[in-house]
Ligand binder design. Sequence first.
Ligand SMILES: C[S@@+](CC[C@H](N)C(=O)[O-])C[C@H]1O[C@@H](n2cnc3c(N)ncnc32)[C@H](O)[C@@H]1O
Length: 530
Amino acid sequence: MIGHLPTKFTKKMEKLLDSEYDNFMASYAAPRVYGLRINALKLAIDQWKELSPIAARVRPIPWAQDGLYYAEEDRPGKHPHYYAGLYYIQEPSAMAPVELLDVKPGHRVLDLCAAPGGKSTQIAAKLGGKGVLVANDNAQERTKALTKNIERAGVRNAVILNEVPAALAPVFTEWFDRILIDAPCSGEGMFRKDESMIADWEKHSVEHCAVMQRDILRHAARMLAPGGLLVYSTCTFSPEEDEWQIAALLAERDDFEVVPIPQRYGWAEGRADLAAAAPEAAELAEGRLSSIEGTVRLWPHRIEGEGHYAAVLRRREAKMLERESARDDQREEQVLASAEAPDRQQSQRKKEKLLRASDKRGSKAVNGRGSSVGGRKEAVADPDPIGLWKQFSSQFVEGTEVWEGHPIAYGSRVYLQPAGMPSLNGLKVVRAGWYVGEADRGKFVPSQPLAMGLSKEEAVRSISFRSDDAQTVRYLRGETLFAEDDDIVRHEDTPAKGYVLVCTDGYPLGWAKYAGGMIKNELPAGWRWI
Ligand SMILES: C[S@@+](CC[C@H](N)C(=O)[O-])C[C@H]1O[C@@H](n2cnc3c(N)ncnc32)[C@H](O)[C@@H]1O
């Protein structure tokens, strides 16, 4: 492995690490560690341990509340609990940034570079269903995995967008309490986990990444409410992408300050000495430059995890300082005018195209993915999808009257959108909220994300198989199952026939339709066991 590392990289690291260099290089020969994070939206670690065959072999990840190391041979991605969204498989160091973000239920949180959604699902668990998660990624293809991961985790209060930060900033100015920038980076910290990152590193230069990061940070700063926190993280070691980015932001924004991260778990402090070489460092007072020591570097030779960098920044309560306003606003407008115009025009053109396509089909949501629910035929436009949802939910779902969020319709699809969102007009919206289903020929068809976001108790009809029962995998493979009326858990006055929530160990996997002893599988093809 060490032999594959580019010389340019090893030379740079030698200079950076000095006496620690040999230990660092030795870490590439050490086996990598594996992590999963229990989804607190569904259950607590202790509850999962009672159900899981691998519970005896996991160990806590010190810096992550619900994080656990597991043994590679246990392959938790091949267990029904994974399909039920009981955990997310995530590299241990990658769990650190959200722990630093201090998310509380009720916050408005932006995950600006969110795909495939590891940190979004972690944020959602910390919100506990209260407040708003806006998960965004500028890569359309990657928002598919993001959406599926958020939906599998049973998140009810997320809006998923596919935008560039410049398009979001005017819509969400000073709107968020918490912002995470898990920035696209040169990925030097991931060389051990994923060797393909080495080829990428040689292709995408550190300088190119640094320019992108600067742009992302600048727009993110506009979206943070005074008093709010922003966490900036990368999985790379290059100072240009780490400490330099923080130096540049501090130089540009007097109202931002570093919140020092306590040195624990073998984490190392950020390198103010390296920040001093940033082009903007000369504009920084000594105290602000040295505050960059309060950021952290996670080195693979010091911890059980891959390489990472993280900084916590607070926007002070006071409004932006006078000095900044005139000159910087002018400059920012110029940057926006040049960067934003093509993006927004393109976004508007794309949206219009999607809406035209949607009108033609008369049924599809603005996400433009054109996927039908449950592999069925396309839905037929219905004049009142929200009315049909209300009717459906009053019959099939318990307790919706206390749910947060309000129904909105895009074509025939219905979403529950978190309260208080600004208008999303003009933005590329992948999910306008929790996608609960769609109207089709006067009926409401519940969605897979609705199933995943419910608890067993909320469905008026359910059936649960143990995770080691062959029926569970058969359901996940899309097969028809057989049962008796008495196997369907329901209220006395509810007939056995109809939609039933299929669960494993009590946690939802998807819908089926029960009639006369047959459980007809409604699991969409893309959600099946592979
Ligand atoms: C390190 S990955 C994020 C990983 C993710 N936070 C997770 O935990 O699963 C960086 C992401 O940033 C996205 N990205 C790159 N440039 C972006 C931009 N200008 N705005 C928003 N997202 C961007 C990439 O598509 C990529 O998905």
